[in-house]
Each structure stands twice: as C-alpha cells, then as structure tokens.
Design a protein around this ligand. Structure first.
Ligand code: ZN
Length: 289
C-alpha cells in the first residue's frame, strides 16, 4: 500500500510552503503528495514559487504528486458561460499537471443549488454529471490523466453519498474515471456499506484517511474541522471495516491522510508532516498489511 500526504493537514501551519511539503514528505517516507489547489494558488499568486520549480523538485524527489486536489464545483452549471468556465479551469489544471508530473485530478461537486433557485433531483444531478464528466474525460485522456470524483458528505452537496457517486461512475464506465473515497465524507452523510461492499475496487482511485468526532448526520457543525487523527481519542470511525471492505473489493490505489483540523495547524509544518507519516504508516500496518 502506497501512502500519501494531503496538504489539508498542514495548509495553515505557519509559513506553509508547497516546496517544503515535498521535502518533508520525502524525508518522512510518504510515496505521494496531494497538492491542495488553494495552497498552490496562494503561492503562484504571491510569486513565491513557480510551477516549473515545483516540477523540477518532483523530478529529483522520491515523492510523486498523486493528485491535483481539486477542481471544485464541476457540475450543475446552468449557462453556457458557466460551463465554459469549468472547462477552461480544467484546461489550466491539465497544463499544471503536465508540468508537475501529476496524473490525477480530484473533482468536487457543486453545493449552491438552493441559493441559485434550483432544486434538482438525484436523477437530474446524475444526468448532468454524466454529460460533464464525459466531456472532461475527452480533455484529459490525451495526457494520460485520470479523474477522481470525490463525493462530499454535507447536506447541501449535489453528490454527497458513495452510492450516488458510484452510480455516476458506473454509468460513465471509463477506466479513467473513479472515486475518491474519503472516510469522513462516507460517515458524515451515512453512505451505505452495502454499496461499498458490492463496488468494484478498481473504480476507487484514492482512499482519504482520517478519523472524526461522532456527530449527528447532517448537523451543520458536522464539518471537515471535526476530523482528527485516525484512532485519536474520540474518533468514532470503524477503521477495520473500511480497510477490510476495501481489501475485499480489490482496492489497489493509494491511501492519503487528509485532515482539516484547525488544532493541527498549530504544529510546525515539519512536525505536522512527520506526525502524519507516523500515523499513516501505523494505520496501514495495523489495518492493512
Ligand atoms: Zn477528501
């Protein structure tokens, strides 16, 4: 099992830098890093690093970029202009991935339906997503880049359970489209274990590892900030079941630790990456090997 670090863990640590994340991930034994678009954009905008410098760094490092995390809010666009803007963003991300040596883009669904006066059914959301994803696949395929749909476990998200994401991925049926299975998101909206147990493991590209406080399904305060180190005190997730289920369906992707807990941003960037590596390695040893 290859392990990865997601910059969600340390994005607000003091003086955070993407370049240092690559160095620390190398130092502490991660195979992969998921670059968060907000970290990258922040630095490209203030001119502290260039894509080319990061691309060179990856060439001389053992750690590789597993995914570009993420293209946000890709679906349910209403006007031609909005649709064109998403495709233009994808073009830009493909350009960046080609420089960074990254072969996977994570896609996050849209959430602002009610604010926009829309009340789409699951069938309408599914139909729209299938059309958009096919168009996106045609763009990434020439570059050998894959797309990984991450359902987000919040009530207002258009794709918020595993079964909905899986139905979309099955319908599109491309080897270049899969799912990012985030344990927190799976738990937060009560995704069905029955669907995961029957899923094809090859259609899951990334496993986002985390723990979480145990909170009511759909509560507004049940959010990303309540994530925690897996098996930390108060964590309610059934880690054995996640690992055993993924194993039984033949999951062969990478396991990336992804936590957004504000408390952990008080650690130094290096301490954060070091601890993340220790925890991820122990987790894999305990539940997977
Ligand atoms: Zn995630």
């Amino acid at each position: 099992m290859k392990i990865g670090f997601n910059e969600a863990n340390d994005r607000f640590c003091e003086n955070h830098s993407v370049m240092k994340d690559i160095e620390y991930c190398d130092k502490y034994g991660f195979d992969y890093i998921d670059i968060q678009s907000e970290c990258l954009n922040r630095e490209l905008e203030n001119g502290t690093v260039t894509l080319e410098e990061l691309g060179e760094k990856f060439k001389s490092s053992k750690v590789k970029m597993l995914s570009y995390n993420a293209l946000c809010f890709f679906n349910m666009k209403q006007t031609a202009e909005e649709k064109a803007a998403v495709m233009a963003e994808l073009d830009e991300i493909i350009r960046r991935c080609n420089i960074l040596g990254c072969k996977m883009i994570v896609l996050v669904p849209s959430y602002d339906m009610q604010e926009r006066g829309l009340m789409p059914t699951r069938a309408e959301i599914r139909k729209d997503a299938v059309i958009v994803l096919k168009e996106m696949l045609a763009k990434v395929e020439p570059y050998g880049i894959k797309l990984s749909l991450e359902f987000v476990g919040a009530p207002n998200m258009t794709i918020n359970r595993f079964e909905d994401a899986y139905a979309i991925v099955e319908e599109v049926n491309s080897p270049n489209l899969g799912i990012t299975l985030d344990q927190y998101h799976f738990y937060a909206m009560g995704s069905g274990w029955d669907t995961l147990e029957k899923a094809d493991g090859d259609k899951i590209f990334i496993w986002h590892l985390n723990g979480t406080e145990d909170l009511p399904c759909g509560a507004t305060y049940n959010n990303d900030e309540k994530r925690m180190w897996p098996d930390a005190e108060g964590d309610c997730l059934d880690h054995k079941r996640f690992a055993d289920t993924l194993k039984s369906i033949g999951f062969a992707g990478g396991c990336t630790i992804e936590i957004f807990r504000p408390e952990y941003y008080k650690l130094s960037q290096e301490e954060n990456v070091k601890k993340s590596a220790e925890i991820t390695k122990n987790h894999i040893k305990k539940y997977w090997d």
